[in-house]
Design a protein around this ligand. Structure first.
Ligand code: MCA
Ligand code: AMP
Length: 449
């Protein structure tokens, strides 16, 4: 299937190094075309399918794709318009959307019988967009060697083999669902039950019906699974893994008590892929992310900064040399996370940046603030997080109005909804007379939290 799909991409004129934006819900054709593109030496650019026009347009303008694979007409239209009419816009089945070009003016690629899998280890495989502290998402450039190192070390550490079966309910366009879930399943030769979205009963049903051995989730998913009367069914799995956000020690222990399974918590980032994991054998210590994966080195510096180095770490941000050099020192990548080491286990303590993690998705306050400031009645705004049992953190906005228009939460949220993906939208809006600032004029966020 992936050969046919790769040949289809080649016939459109796509060739090695061409960038293909890929933004779809979970489906088999979407997975097939992703693998086909990698086999043909194309660069896949995964994009969250919940992005609004503003967010999608930023990626299109930044990465300048030759083609895009999307599964709805609205996104097809945005890509085509922002791409200046040069982008071939396709469904995952490689049907061309109306009013978009029918061929790429490029080098041309895999025609029938062409050699696939010719990419070199240092060729770019993915450009994965991740929010920067400046508010504008940057593309993390990951090579084939990065993806392979990631999947090899995961498979080794978690004893993943061809007999395994993963119930996959994560979005496929982020590192967790794509590089950990899908690519490692393929490397291990195991099987995947791909669910269209996360739903508690659908997960338990799929685990039972397909005799699954593996489930991976973000803590919000475990929170919901733990609240179900069926939580004990998690105990039938060989391994349940949590990542992307902190799993509370309390939730870890409650699942152990009710299902008899110790969730294995691991840590990673889009830029570094997986770097730390609790052990498969031995104590899975609640509230910690364990030890470095094979081949990865990790250190906690005197100021608590977690830095990592190894074959899974990316080569830099797409066309942003300054941002790239800022986060590397002597070959070590500075994660922005803070931690301590206890008996060799790394315990994460928070972030050195203002990043908010809601349900496993990253939200940068600066991006939300920039958007809200665009509303005509907003004079000043600060975005912070509030703790939430279900989501980990939720987004809160503190707003000073222009003093003319009356505060109107609904209008502000409607404005945000047009410009921000659902997980970035404020859950709480508080109108205040002024924002607390230090002598430099910087907002003191800790006072607002
Ligand atoms: C959905 N909503 C959210 C979130 N997700 N709000 C805040 N934070 C979120 N994460 C909105 C919905 O749009 C909806 O808004 C309302 O919340 C309730 O939706 P609900 O149906 O309950 O949510 P859901 O669709 O079930 O989604 C929850 C989820 C999802 C399944 C936990 O957020 C999710 O799939 N998270 C995983 C993210 C992930 O894969 N992160 C990996 C990136 P309204 O009511 O307005 O309609 S990190 C990574 O990849 C690195 C490498 C790593 O370490 O893993
Ligand atoms: P992303 O940039 O979307 O790949 O998210 C990476 C960030 O998610 C990391 O820098 C961490 O802050 C966070 N993260 C990932 N796994 C964990 C974990 N197990 N515990 C706490 N934070 C995590």
């Amino acid at each position: 299937m992936t050969r046919e799909s790769a040949e289809g991409l080649g016939r459109l004129g796509l060739g090695r190094g061409d960038r293909v934006l890929w933004s779809t819900a979970s489906s088999l054709p979407a997975v097939v075309v992703n693998i086909a593109a990698l086999r043909a030496g194309l660069v896949v650019v995964p994009v969250n399918a919940a992005y609004t026009e503003r967010e999608l347009a930023h990626v299109v303008a930044d990465v300048r794709p030759a083609a895009a694979i999307v599964d709805d007409r609205d996104r097809a239209e945005v890509v085509s318009r922002v791409g200046g009419g040069d982008v071939v816009v396709l469904t995952p089945d490689l049907e061309i959307f109306e009013d978009t070009p029918r061929a790429v003016h490029g080098a041309g690629g895999a025609s029938e019988g062409a050699v696939l899998d010719a990419a070199e280890p240092d060729d770019i495989a993915l450009i994965a967009y991740t929010s920067g502290t400046t508010g504008a998402p940057k593309g993390a450039v990951l090579t084939h060697a990065n993806l392979l190192a990631n999947s090899e070390s995961i498979a080794l550490t978690w004893r993943w083999d061809a007999d395994d079966r993963l119930v996959h309910a994560l979005p496929i366009f982020h590192g967790h669902g794509l590089c950990v879930g899908l690519y490692t399943s393929l490397l291990a030769g195991s099987s995947v039950v791909l669910l269209p979205r996360f739903d508690v009963d659908a997960v338990f049903d799929a685990c039972a019906r397909h005799e699954a051995t593996l489930f991976f989730g973000v803590p919000t998913m475990y929170h919901r699974l733990a609240a179900s009367s069926r939580v004990g069914e998690l105990g039938r799995l060989r391994l349940a893994v949590s990542g992307s956000a902190p799993l509370s020690a309390e939730l870890h222990r409650s699942i152990a008590a009710s299902a008899g399974t110790e969730v294995l918590e691991r840590y990673g980032m889009t830029e570094t892929l997986m770097t730390l994991s609790n052990p498969y054998d031995g104590e899975r210590r609640p509230g910690t992310v364990g030890f470095p994966f094979p081949g990865v080195e990790a250190r906690v510096e005197d100021d608590g900064a977690v830095i990592v180095r190894g074959p899974t770490v990316f080569s830099g941000y797409w066309e942003r040399p300054a941002a790239t050099s800022e986060c590397f020192r002597d070959g070590w990548f500075s994660t922005g996370d803070l931690g301590v080491v206890e008996d060799g286990y790394v315990r994460l303590l928070g972030r050195s940046t203002d990043l908010i993690i809601s349900g496993g998705y990253n939200v940068y306050p600066a991006e939300v603030e920039d958007v809200l400031l665009g509303h005509p009645s907003v004079a000043e705004v600060a975005v912070t997080s509030a703790p939430s049992d279900e989501w980990g953190e939720v987004v809160c906005a503190w707003v000073v109005t222009d003093g003319v228009s009356p505060p109107d939460v609904d209008a502000l949220l409607a404005y945000a909804a047009h410009r921000l993906a659902p997980y970035k939208r404020p859950r709480r809006v508080q109108f205040v007379d002024s924002l607390p600032r230090n002598s430099m004029g910087k907002v003191r966020r800790t006072e607002l939290r």
